[in-house]
Design a binder for this molecule. Structure first.
Ligand SMILES: N[C@@H](CCC(=O)N[C@@H](CS)C(=O)NCC(=O)O)C(=O)O
Length: 238
């Protein structure tokens, strides 16, 4: 049985999209990141970086059908790769296909995700007076959209001919583009890709997971303290 430790955010949605696309059964475990649950045990042991998502595959079977010890994973990219290997889905047809997709998965984890997160922080949460930081991250996000557009004029999907874990990882970080004030129409190939993916029923189900847990209001003072004032203190006495 798969247990997904989750909150309804772009990094969480990567994994719910993948689980829905693969047609896998899973149990959802909400982690309340606004109240600091990410720093509490047993979640912290599962995800030492104190971030969702994380996954436990309980008593999975090996290639010979034998039950093996639980697999515990953190980092959305590693979870996507694990599920792709487990099912043989969304990594193309050959080792080369897998690596073509995997390089874009790494690109997402190192670029689009972290920069998208910073843009969101400076647009949605930072106090006024951070124009330099806001502009720097917005410029970089805009550049990253152009990188995807450049690739997508050559191949229908990021990793090549097949819809893959790379597309699944990137899609949720495109969702807030309107809120960032960047028109997607200037990136013709990216817009075509985005519009096509949006029609996939499993992807839509994945993005809808945990809708009822999405915060209705901006974070209050105690949530801001938990989310935006982290340093090594959270690891003292652990
Ligand atoms: N590289 C990580 C990033 C995960 C991440 O940043 N998760 C956010 C939600 S989108 C989180 O758990 N935030 C809690 C916090 O900032 O304390 C991944 O892709 O899994």
């Amino acid at each position: 049985m798969l247990e997904l430790y989750f909150a309804p955010t772009p990094n969480g949605w990567k994994t719910t999209i993948m689980l829905e696309e693969c047609g896998l059964d899973y149990q959802l475990k909400l982690v309340n990141i606004g109240s600091g649950e990410q720093f509490k045990e047993p979640f912290l042991s599962l995800s030492p970086n104190a971030r969702i998502p994380a996954l436990i595959d309980r008593q999975p079977k090996d290639d010979h059908g034998r039950v093996v010890p639980d697999v515990e994973l953190f980092e959305s990219g590693s979870i996507l790769t694990y599920l792709a290997e487990k099912t043989g889905l969304f990594i193309g047809k050959s080792r080369a296909d897998f690596h073509r997709a995997n390089q874009w998965l790494h690109w997402q984890m190192a670029n689009l995700g972290p920069i998208g997160g910073q843009v969101s922080h400076f647009i949605n949460y930072a106090p006024d007076g951070n124009d330099y930081s806001k502009q720097r991250y917005l410029n970089e996000y805009d550049r990253l959209l152009a990188v995807m557009n450049y690739q997508l004029q050559k191949t229908p999907y990021l990793g090549g001919e097949y819809y893959s874990i790379a597309d699944i990882a990137c899609f949720p970080w495109l969702l807030p583009y309107k809120n960032y004030g960047i028109p997607l129409t200037q990136f013709t190939h990216l817009k075509g890709w985005y519009d096509e993916l949006k029609q996939r029923p499993a992807l839509r189900r994945g993005v809808d997971v945990g809708k009822e847990w999405r915060p209705e209001n901006p974070p209050d003072a105690s949530m801001r303290k938990v989310l935006f004032n982290q340093n090594s203190d959270q690891y003292k006495d652990k």
